[in-house]
Design a protein around this ligand. Sequence first.
Ligand code: BYC
Length: 468
Amino acid sequence: MTIDYSERIPNNVDLANDRALQRALEHWQPKFQDWWGEMGPNDFSGADVYLRTAVGVDAQGWASYGAVKMPDYRWGIFLAEPVPERTIGFGDHFGQPVWQQVPGDLRSQFRRIIVTQGDTEPASVEQQHLLGHTCPSLYDLRNLFQVNVEEGRHLWAMVYLLHAYFGRDGREEAEGLLARHSGDPDNPRILETFNQPISDWLSFFMFTYFTDRDGKFQLKSLAESGFDPLSRTCRFMLIEEAHHMFVGETGVGRVVKRTLEVMKELGTDDPDKVRGHGAIDLPTLQRYLNFWFTSSMDLFGSEVSSNAASSFANGIKARPDENQYADHLCSEAQFELETPQGKESVSLRNAMNEVLRGSYVKDCEIGVKRWNMQIQRAGFDFRLALPSARFHRSIGVWVNTPVDPAGQLLPREQYDRQLPEWLPSDADQAFVRSVMQRIVQPGKIAGWIAPPDRGINNLPVEYEYVRL
Ligand code: BYC
């Protein structure tokens, strides 16, 4: 199934043969373009950006690269190839053929999850609305825009499902996805992390490392869904998503690298001296990491959730890579949960959010290990660390519990006093913003970050990735 680019809405779902759906989506399309113009990357609509565009849905050779003005980007609807004779791999419908339509009794549950997923995509574009103005290099600027257009495409992916399978309700939800806005006090985005401002590039890299990784795990578990169009949509989104996390991991790694160069040059790890040389000291990196990691941990929902149990039971959402487990029913199994009151045994189905979160934490550790290797190799003792899952939580059993980043319970008064040491302070943020100087000469890079090891698609690092 190739992608048809002669269509107004590029797609591989044979849209041309479903007139009503095509008309409905063509009605939504100008609203999306208006939203992009207003809430997307501010001020760069005339720039030629070296972007990749999907041309197929195979993991190999699926994209082509070329200079595109972002408003002309061909957002479209791309589903991974169907798996022949696919059956539901978990829950109460285990072994039954997957659904090509949404079962009537599961409509509202499916809709809620698709809307929640869809809401995060435009939200992230809105959060990054102004970042282009302070880019550390043209290479980074291009990566920001690549991430932005693909989040826009992921919005299309969810809007397609809403329009195609949820009738009038779905069309209304699709309007809602453009009406809510990140940080809007009257009509905010659904999940809290997506209402946090991303006003500097360190936050952007932390966000793409930690928050896009939540996306990876949520999409993996939706890719297991019994509703086949949702599964196929998410499978293709995951291919695009990998680059976003690459941007995060290498972005933080390059900040660490530059900081270490300055520390070596000065022969000290003194944060003030490092800052004096325009680099971001490691303790500040740790505080940013603490913030974005803990906020992203909340995105998995409560440890004990009847919503999660019913999603699993009903074949809506499984565990990521469900086939790695032996028991796909989980109707008897129990899960040991740590709570502030001690250990508690809950039904595994009710603990599915926590199972997902556990896989996510393991994946997060990989990058942290790499960054620490860099620090160790440079001969410094400092180590970055993921804070405890109990620390600074706004959702779930640990909400508002006074624990330190190591997970130790503290007297409330001591916690309140120390919390500002563990999260980016106003002064940290002001400093980080102060080094965010716009660098747009090809091959040049800001002083707080090392250049990338290689360019994009085998082009040199000095390539003019964005022509302003
Ligand atoms: N903030 O039973 P509970 C991505 C709500 S990121 C605010 O604990 P449940 C991306 C919840 O909605 C991936 N509210 O959890 C990354 C529920 O409300 P209602 C996004 C929250 O239901 C970067 C209530 O609290 N995808 O793709 O199992 C850039 C009780 O909830 C929060 C998904 O999330 C929160 N953090 O929900 C671009 C997948 N957490 O309905 C993109 C779809 C929970 O009772 N979503 N609530 O009013 C889901 O699967 C589920 O909705 C959740 C967990 C994972 C969010």
